[in-house]
Design a binder for this molecule. Sequence first.
Ligand SMILES: Cc1cc2nc3c(=O)[nH]c(=O)nc-3n(C[C@H](O)[C@H](O)[C@H](O)COP(=O)(O)O)c2cc1C
Length: 212
Amino acid sequence: MKDPRTAFRPNHSNGVRRTLIKRSLAAGALFFTLSSTSLPLWAAAGRTKRAAPRIVVLYFSATGTTKRAAETIARMTGAPIWRIEPEVPYPDKMRAVADKVKADEKAGICVRPKAPLPEALRNADIYIIGSPVWSGTMPAVLADFLRSEGFAGKRILPFTTHMGSNLGDIPEAMAAACPQAQVAPGLALRAPADDTIRPEVAFWLKQTDARP
Ligand SMILES: Cc1cc2nc3c(=O)[nH]c(=O)nc-3n(C[C@H](O)[C@H](O)[C@H](O)COP(=O)(O)O)c2cc1C
C-alpha cells in the first residue's frame, strides 16, 4: 500500500538528478574549453573589451595655429600633449617666420629640435602629430625630430594647419621619416583651427579608430 502522503507526488526525482548531472558535465566541459584557450574568460566568452589605445599628441607650431588645434585634440582625447621646439625659437609673426626660414636656407643653417621625446611619453600606441604646412611640406625641424625618434611599431596620425595646401605632402614625408611606423590618413585644418574643428576631429578619430 502506498503512503498516502506520496501517492499523488509525481516521481521525477531521478529525471531531475539526471538533468542536473548532464548540466554540470556540460558546464565543466565549457569551463575547460574556455580556460584552456589562455584568453581571459570574458574575452573567450565573446564579451571582448578592447583596451583603449594610449595616445600622445605632439606638435610643432611657430605662430600658434597648430598649437591651438593640438590643444583641442588633446582635450578631446584626454591625451598628454608635448610641443616639439627648435633650439632657437621662431618669431611669432608669420612674415617674420617666413623671412627667418628663407635666411636660414640661404645660410645653410639646419634648425634642430631642442629636446628628444621625454621618456614618460615613449610607451604610447598612437602619436597624433601636428604640423603647419611650410612650402608644401613639414618644417625641417619636425622632420629631423621624427627621423631621430623613428616611432617604430607605432601608429602616427598626422594633422596639419595650412592656408590652402591642405595636407601638402606631410603624411608621405612622415612615412619617409619613420619607415617603421604606420602612418594613418591625415587631417587638414584651416586657420584659425579653434574649437570649431571638433566635429571634423571627432570624425577623423573615428575613421582612424583612434578614439580613446
Ligand atoms: C615659412 C612658411 C611657409 C608656409 N607655406 C605654406 C604653404 O605652402 N601652404 C599653406 O597652405 N600655408 C603655408 N603657410 C601658412 C601656414 O601653414 C599656416 O599659417 C599654419 O597654420 C601656421 O601654423 P602655426 O601657427 O602653428 O605655425 C606657410 C607659413 C610659413 C611661415
